[in-house]
Write a protein that binds this ligand. Structure first.
Ligand SMILES: NC(=O)c1ccc[n+]([C@@H]2O[C@H](COP(=O)([O-])OP(=O)(O)OC[C@H]3O[C@@H](n4cnc5c(N)ncnc54)[C@H](OP(=O)(O)O)[C@@H]3O)[C@@H](O)[C@H]2O)c1
Length: 323
């Protein structure tokens, strides 16, 4: 596995990371047994993945804990999160709730120190509370050695213009951020990565594939709607396989292969998360992330066609598995 620096954290991470949330949640939301989910995490480690991203919300921390129980702790980078608010609630949680969440995560993961602890899915209206009240409380826990690096993740399907992250990257307390960036959502290049690269903030890329590139009908519907709004050329309203131009000799082998490679080679992306409950998908996705960039002419076409789109393909999680 190719390794890289996670920003200025000093952590060396594989460029492919395992997402233990999303719609798949390691298969716990589909047909997989707990033992199969544990095996999937171990398969990722065998493939050279060392960063595992989970969250209290996903219900997969115990699975990660079981999978890494016999692994030397230094061989794994654990990223986990505590929510700042519950869906539908106006008020965010007080700092004590996140400190308790940190303790619960440590217990479920079976470790005494988490590598990256994030404030999870922060809405713009809660950011100042996070910065002023939650950060000092969490940094006190960091000083006690409960975690190593503080992170923040966006609520991409709600904050589609990324106003929270645009604000957060101006502050120096966040050592890692998690950001939605993909072939049809390229705006983070200017508004996020320009800042994270300058300040050495580590980046975890989510939504590289999500629904829009894994469900052909979802992509066709999105293209029809964008064409109707004049946001992509009219011909995309009727093309059956709108991103088929990426699949050719010397190019990508599939739209999913293209999507992971696109994210992986974006300057400013440290780790591309792949979220799956399927062992064959995991193997294929890690292989895609390790492949070379897409051909320059395909990248230019993606930029020309989709570079100005904003807020596209930021699919909310499957209702059964909010992440
Ligand atoms: N705000 C936040 O903090 C937040 C929000 C969202 C996500 N995340 C993190 O980011 C991670 C990545 O996001 P994501 O889980 O949405 O991952 P993703 O890799 O962008 O997309 C995963 C989706 O694509 C499907 N898929 C993956 N590989 C495939 C393949 N080779 N062929 C066909 N379908 C394939 C998966 O289904 P299968 O199971 O069938 O493979 C799943 O439905 C999450 O797991 C979570 O750790 C964080």
């Amino acid at each position: 596995m190719e390794r890289t620096n996670l920003g200025r954290t000093g952590l060396q991470v594989g460029v492919a990371g395992l997402g233990c949330g999303g719609s798949s949640r390691l298969g716990t939301r589909t047909d997989k047994s707990r033992a199969e989910s544990v095996t999937l995490v171990r398969q990722a480690l065998d493939l050279g993945v060392n960063l595992l991203d989970t969250a209290a919300r996903y219900g997969t921390e115990e699975i990660v804990g079981e999978a890494i129980a016999a692994v030397p702790r230094d061989n794994v980078v654990i990223s986990t999160k505590a929510r700042l608010h519950e869906d539908g609630a106006e008020a965010p949680h007080p700092p004590t709730a996140l400190v308790e969440g940190l303790e619960d995560s440590l217990r479920r993961l079976g470790t005494d120190c988490i590598d990256v602890f994030h404030v999870h899915g922060v809405l713009p209206q809660h950011y100042e509370h996070a910065r002023q009240n939650v950060v000092p409380a969490l940094l006190a826990e960091k000083d006690k050695g409960k975690f190593l690096h503080l992170g923040i993740t966006e609520y991409a399907s709600v904050d589609t213009g990324q106003t929270m992250l645009v604000r957060a990257v101006e502050d120096d307390c966040w050592e890692v951020i998690m950001v939605a960036f993909h072939m049809m959502n390229q705006k983070p290049r200017q508004r996020i990565f320009a800042h994270t690269r300058r300040h050495g903030i580590g980046t975890l890329n989510m939504f590289a594939v999500r629904d829009i590139f894994s469900k052909p009908a979802r992509l066709s519907d999105a293209m029809r709607a964008l064409a109707a709004d004049g946001r992509v050329p009219e011909r995309f309203a009727t093309i059956d396989d709108p991103l088929g131009f990426l699949v050719h000799d010397g190019g990508a082998t599939s739209v999913i292969d293209a999507a992971y490679r696109f994210a992986r080679h974006e300057p400013g992306v440290d780790v591309v998360l792949t979220g799956t409950g399927d062992s064959d998908h995991l193997r294929a996705n890690v292989a895609s992330i390790l492949k070379p960039p897409l051909p320059a002419e395909d990248l230019a076409t993606l930029r020309e066609l989709f570079g100005d789109l904003d807020g596209v393909g930021l699919d909310p999680p499957n209702p059964a598995s909010r992440s």
